[in-house]
Design a protein around this ligand. Structure first.
Ligand SMILES: [Zn+2]
Length: 316
């Protein structure tokens, strides 16, 4: 490459159930420009793809493109680049996203695709809260619950590439039905959708309650209500926190990673969620595992996934 040619850029994309995030990075992985928009998850696959392409092309502009990394909410077949199953963006199930992105950018650019929680895990491990850890488990606490496990710089994705799905480990065998069809998954007890399901039930049962009067009915509004002292709202967070703590205790005892990093919107509830969670993991995890596994918040926030999606291009 001649001295006057530009070094080029990487593009990271994070396609989630509610938001489409994209960012342009330097060859060293520094974020140069970023965009965040609604992901139009209720539209058809072509609409979602068109929006993704338009934002990506605008960010790249005239720069020389070195590679594209895409994190997507759902189970990914890393061999074919197809989305096997995406409960939060149903239209994308079966969609050959990797090939379509590659074709749209001329067919020559390397395109990598991975699950969005795995992408966020790589982002926090290499550029965020996990920088000093050799093993790190990331839990994304949002509308759903995602998991990603990094050991010595490598993602652990299991025999079929769909492992580390911590949101679907069972924390209560007789618990509520999950979107995956099983009962008592962590996600069915703690996630944004699970909290809203419980809030809706209270609103129906008790139309005079403060929860019934909540508008809009969101986890953030539920957290404000709890902070203001509403007993029903506090109980919902107490129960969710206790289940989260059980999930964290399981991860501590099973893997004893250097750190467990918590990221995602539910983290904004702070002590409402973390106090009961800590109480649970301190009573359920071995003393030795909880003493050696730290639990900490992510530092990249909503940009962990776009940063992690390009990490494989940068190496360890
Ligand atoms: Zn499940």
């Amino acid at each position: 490459m001649g001295g006057e040619e530009p070094d080029g850029v990487f593009l990271g994309i994070d396609l989630g159930g509610s938001q489409l995030k994209a960012a342009r990075f330097s060859p060293e992985g520094a974020r140069e420009a970023a965009e965040n928009t609604a992901s139009q998850a209720s539209g058809d696959a072509e609409d979602i793809f068109s929006a993704l392409y338009a934002h990506a092309a605008a960010l790249i502009g005239g720069s020389h493109l070195l590679g594209i990394g895409v994190g997507v909410a759902g189970l990914i077949d890393s061999g074919s680049g197809r989305i096997l199953n995406s409960p939060n963006i149903p239209a994308l199930s079966g969609f050959p996203l990797r090939d379509r992105v590659r074709e749209a950018f001329g067919g020559e650019i390397p395109v990598l695709m991975m699950n969005d929680a795995n992408a966020a895990a790589l982002g926090e491990y290499f550029a965020g809260a996990g920088k000093s850890c050799s093993s790190m488990f990331l839990l994304t606490l949002g509308t759903g619950i995602g998991g990603g496990f990094v050991i010595d710089g490598n993602l652990w994705t299991g025999a079929a590439g769909v492992g580390a799905e911590a949101g679907h480990m069972c924390v209560r065998a007789d618990g509520p039905l999950c979107r995956c069809g099983a009962r008592g998954c962590l996600e069915a007890c703690v996630s944004g959708w699970a909290l809203m399901r419980d809030a809706d039930q209270i609103a129906k049962r008790d139309p005079e309650s403060a929860i019934a009067g909540m508008s809009p009915r969101t986890p953030l509004a539920l957290a404000e209500l709890a902070t203001a002292g509403d007993r029903q709202a506090r109980t919902l967070w107490e129960n969710a926190g206790a289940m989260l703590g059980t999930g964290i205790a399981n991860l501590m005892n099973l893997l004893n990673p250097d750190c467990i990093v918590l990221t995602g919107g539910l983290g904004e509830a702070g002590a409402l969620l973390l106090k009961p969670a800590r109480r649970a993991w301190e009573s359920q995890a071995f003393k030795e595992t909880r003493a050696s596994t730290s639990v900490k918040p992510g530092v990249l926030g909503e940009w962990a996934g776009v940063r992690g999606a390009i990490q494989p291009f940068l190496g360890k």
